[in-house]
Write a protein that binds this ligand. Structure first.
Ligand code: SAH
Length: 382
């Protein structure tokens, strides 16, 4: 008798039947914007003026766009700067330096983004999908399923909103800029690949075409959609890749990260190593520490073994550098979860074993956990 086919609760395709988010200049590159403005019957240079308002001056009130003739302003704003999302609520922690915003999108879908200000840098954690189809059982977002993919402009607007708040000095610490963006909010960025790449391009395009950020400050985190990791390696944008591994063995990872039944630990790690060897960017392995589940000393040793297998690139060149580091995440509580964070002593031993094997290891802070804004806690409920 043949094995019964396992049906997976994974969603790769966007659910059908919803309208598209309004088109916005952040969806388009400079040439496409110019064309669109021409199609509206207006001079092409207006596109650059609008882009300067949006990306350069971070203006959101059309009344401030005084270089646009009053007669054209309405057409331009309606055509290229439609309202994409409405803030419903902002929760603050750490004396206002951590801020989680709940957004309603045009169709009622809800997403969250988190701004985290540290001394010397500001990180925006953005969502790439409303919900998530990857169904990881320890993640709050994964419990609600996927509603839909976000558009490039909806992703970018989360960063622009943070940049505005910083520029206007409404975040404690004085006026500032967004230095880092992590695709670690709601959703699986690699399952919305085209829009995410578009957003990365808008974030890194020089002002006024985009926000002018450094690709090195951008991290794309994935459960391990192997073909997409390989594709990202060919884009020529040196973003940091983070792989949510959480277990070094297929038996456990099949349960913790259900996509593992499609792409195994070794396939995901090989693709991540290939990314590092191709781009020269060190990859980050994310590992949420769950008490008694994945935090045993032997699993630390096995993790080191698995990672060291890929020290040399496939073509036989010897990498003269460490291609990988491990970022342990103390498990954040989620509603109904049966798991808890590791004992600090076990966490400490896990770190010690990885470092003894020459693998740089850090422990992520739990910023935002008091406002359900930390890793795995974004559920976007009103
Ligand atoms: N879907 C992508 C992006 C989410 S990033 C990905 O999985 O990589 C969010 C990170 O937080 C991922 O590494 C995710 O596995 C991790 N995470 C999810 N739930 C968590 C929880 N309850 N505690 C700590 N980390 C969690």
């Amino acid at each position: 008798m043949s094995e019964p086919i396992k049906t997976l609760p994974l969603v790769f395709e966007e659910p059908k039947g919803r309208g598209k988010p309004p088109r916005h200049l952040a969806d388009l590159n400079a040439a496409e914007r110019k064309q669109l403005v021409a199609d509206l019957g207006l001079p092409g240079f207006r596109a650059r003026q609008l882009s300067t308002h949006y990306f350069g001056r971070l203006v959101d009130d059309p009344g401030e766009m005084t270089d646009l003739p009053a007669g054209q302003r309405e057409t331009l704003v309606a055509g290229l700067l439609p309202s994409l999302m409405t803030p419903l609520r902002t929760l603050e922690a750490d004396a206002g330096t951590t801020r989680k915003t709940l957004w309603r999108l045009f169709d009622g879908a809800l997403v969250e983004s988190v701004l985290m200000r540290y001394p010397g840098r500001v990180t925006m954690c953005v969502s790439s999908q409303a919900g998530c189809g990857m169904a990881c059982p320890f993640c709050a977002t994964g419990q609600g399923g996927l509603q839909r993919n976000m558009s490039t402009a909806e992703i970018v607007e989360q960063v622009v909103a943070g940049a505005r708040a910083l520029a206007r000095g409404t975040v404690p610490g004085g006026p500032g800029r967004v230095s880092n963006v992590v695709f670690m909010g709601m959703g699986e960025p690699m399952a919305n690949y085209r829009a995410v790449i578009g957003a990365v391009r808008r974030l890194t395009d020089p002002t006024p075409d985009g926000l002018g950020m450094s690709a090195r400050g951008i991290t794309v985190s994935t459960v391990g959609l192997v073909p997409r990791i390989n594709q990202l390696a060919t884009e020529g944008i040196p973003v940091t890749l983070a792989l949510s591994l959480h277990a070094p063995d297929d038996e456990l990872r099949d349960d913790l990260v259900p996509i593992n039944t499609r792409w195994k630990v070794h396939e995901a790690v090989e693709a991540a190593a290939n990314y590092a060897h191709t781009t020269g960017r060190r990859v980050s392995i994310e590992y949420a520490m769950m008490r008694g589940i994945n935090d045993q000393a032997w699993r630390a040793d096995l993790l080191a073994d698995v990672l060291h297998e890929y020290d040399a690139p496939a073509d036989g060149r010897r990498a003269p550098w460490g291609w990988v580091h491990v970022n342990l995440i103390p498990l954040n509580p989620t509603p109904g979860s049966k798991w808890t964070a590791s004992d600090p002593a076990d966490e400490h031993e896990f770190v010690r074993r990885l470092e003894a094997r020459g693998i740089p290891t850090t422990v992520r802070d739990t910023r935002g956990s008091d406002i359900d804004g930390a890793c795995g806690q974004l559920a976007a409920v009103e």
